[in-house]
Every structure is written in structure tokens, then in C-alpha cells.
Write a protein that binds this ligand. Sequence first.
Ligand SMILES: C[S@@+](CC[C@H](N)C(=O)[O-])C[C@H]1O[C@@H](n2cnc3c(N)ncnc32)[C@H](O)[C@@H]1O
Length: 385
Amino acid sequence: MKLVAKTMHGLEDLLVDELTQIGATNIQKATRAVEFEGDKKVLYRANYELRTAIRILVPFYNFRARHENHFYKKVMEFDWSEVMNPDRTFAINAAVRSKYFTHSKYISLKAKDAIVDQFRNRTGIRPSIDVKNPDIRLNLHIQEDQCSIALDSSGDSLHRRGYRLNTGVAPINEVLAAGMIKLSGWDGSTPFFDPMCGSGTIPIEAAMLVKNIPAQVLRERFAFHSWKDFDKAIWDEVVEEAKAKIKDVEVPIFAFDKDPQARHYTRKNAMLVGVDDFIDLDRKDFFQIEPPAERGLIIMNPPYDERMPDEDIAAFYKEIGDHLKQTFAGWTAWMISSNKDALKSVGLRPSKKTTLYNGKLECKFQKFEMFAGKRIDHLIEKGKE
Ligand SMILES: C[S@@+](CC[C@H](N)C(=O)[O-])C[C@H]1O[C@@H](n2cnc3c(N)ncnc32)[C@H](O)[C@@H]1O
């Protein structure tokens, strides 16, 4: 069957790799999405195991339309009893980029009317809408006059891992955190450190990644559980096989924050996934600390707060750069921030940078290498290798 995994800008290549590992075939990178093929087992694995996917769609009906009446007629032409029963509830989400249809809410109402009208005409029963907890979630995608209707197999967005019940201000999206760790290339062979961990998203995702804990280990229900063709035996097999691959490894992961609440939140969240023993938590001010290990990888998400006066946030980022340079020689640090001006104040030359989005906020994710000794000596050494 043809499937589509939705993701965030900049994470498409990582998602291609993840899909290859779960046995997907005909994998094609798209914009904020990856198209692929697979059987039911691949579909269930995609939902349960992928760290960089937001939802998994099963497209089943494509047509062209340029006018709302034509659109309604085309939706009516499909035999909706193939995918749902009239006694089930449903909801439609729409993503529309089209000069023919400008209001996504309006066009999804048209689709809903067509489906309800077809069931009422044929059976006398009207399926009900339930936007919060529907039995069937449909995803309508319109690009100019190309309309595609898909079944959403995930339900709740897959960034909701279920561990983040306790959060401070500005927690980072879980899919983005997992993507950042994968982009950094961290493989568990060196210590990992988030010195401004907030509610612990980044270190918890790092622990889950290195221990191979399935991304959705805490979720019990996915939208595909309500489908007519749900196969419980395959689902049980997917869960059992993924849990059997959890690794019992010991890698130092440090998570600090100056806010006492952050330590409390991170511990509680980490406990839910069972990685609390694995993360070394402390309440510490970054500017007062020595490195917790000789070498390692830092991923940090410092405050980018627009409410702080510009000169204060610039000084804060400069202090981060100075402290990294003076104290963390031999470490590699990655920093994400939506405050691009503040990032310039870090005063270290990024050796890599990429654009990512935290929700709607455009961010830069930058790599800084803190060489022991002079940078030029390091470059000469590297050239000799
Ligand atoms: C944007 S939040 C991090 C959110 C986190 N990634 C999450 O997902 O919850 C920034 C964090 O930096 C912390 N922080 C600010 N200044 C700090 C400092 N000097 N030392 C350590 N932590 C600091 C704040 O307490 C806050 O928790």
C-alpha cells in the first residue's frame, strides 16, 4: 500500500533513513513528508517506532477539482462505505495550497457534507463529526487542483510521546528534539549533555534513542486501531518485537538547569519512559559549572525570549559562547534558537548550520567545536589525517 509520513522541514533525510530501517520500500523524499510503500506491519511499525515522523497517512482517493461544486461531486463519487460505517464518528483535517480553494475550513466542510449526504441517501443514517476523538480521521490535501484524501493512521500527532506531562516555559517539540540529536550524529559513544534542559525533552529523547526505546512506547491507541481491517495479531507482534530490541546500555547523559522546577519536571517525565536512572540530573547555573565529563556532545536550547531586552539576550548568548570556549575545550556543542541576532553574539564560528522550525518559529541549529589549543593547529592536525 502507498503511505506518506509527514515530518518537519529539515528532517526529511532522517525520516528516509528511519523508514529504510523498518522495511519500507519505494521511499521518495518530498517536502516535509516522505512517500513510501509497505504492508500493515510497516504501517504499524511506522507509527510505533519512527522518531522523526509527525503522522502516517494512507492516501486512497485522488482527483482534480477547481470549483467547490465539482469538489463536492467528486467526494460524493467515492464509495465511503469502503472506509467507514455510518455509525462511526469522523473528522477531517485539511491542508490547502491552491488558488482555486482558499479556505481550508470551508472546503473540509464541503467534504464532510458530501460524505454525510452519501450515507444519509444510501442508509438513512448520518455519521457524526467528532473533532476531538473521532473513530476515523481523514486528511484532505489540496495542491492547486490536485485533491488527495487520506486516512490518518496516527490520530494524535506523533510528537506527543506521552511522557511530557510536566513542562516549563517553551518546551521544544519532541520530533524536533529527536531530529536534532540525529542531525548531530550522536551515537551514544560519547557523553551527552543538555545544560539548559527545561522539562527534559532533549535528554529524554537522547536516552530513548540510545536505548532503542520505541518512540510511542507509552501510547496505547492509534487511529488505525478503529479501522475495519485492524489486525491485532500483527500489532501485538510489532510491539513485542520493538520492545525486545530495547538495549541495556550505559551512556552518561547529563541534564542540568538553573531552575529547580526543571529538575523536578525532567525527573517526572523521564520516570514515565523509565529512563530516570539513566539521566544525571542537577540544578546548576551553566555559567558556574565545570564540564561533567572530559569530552562529549552538548545540545542546548537556550532561552530565546523576545520579552528580554535585546542587549540582555545578546549579552546572555555572548556569555554562553565565552563559557563554552573557556571551559569546554574538546567538546562539541549544538545550539538551537529562533533568535538569530542573539546567536551571532555567541562569538564562535559555527562549523555547520541548518534551518529548522519549532512550531511556526524559524530557528537556526548551529554546531560549534571547542578545540583544545588553537583552531589553526586543529585544522592542520585534521589535514594530516
Ligand atoms: C527554552 S527553555 C528549554 C526547554 C527545553 N528544551 C524543554 O524542552 O523543555 C530554556 C531553559 O534554559 C534554562 N536556563 C536559563 N538560563 C540558564 C542558566 N544560566 N543555566 C542553566 N539553565 C538556564 C531555563 O531555566 C529554561 O529551562
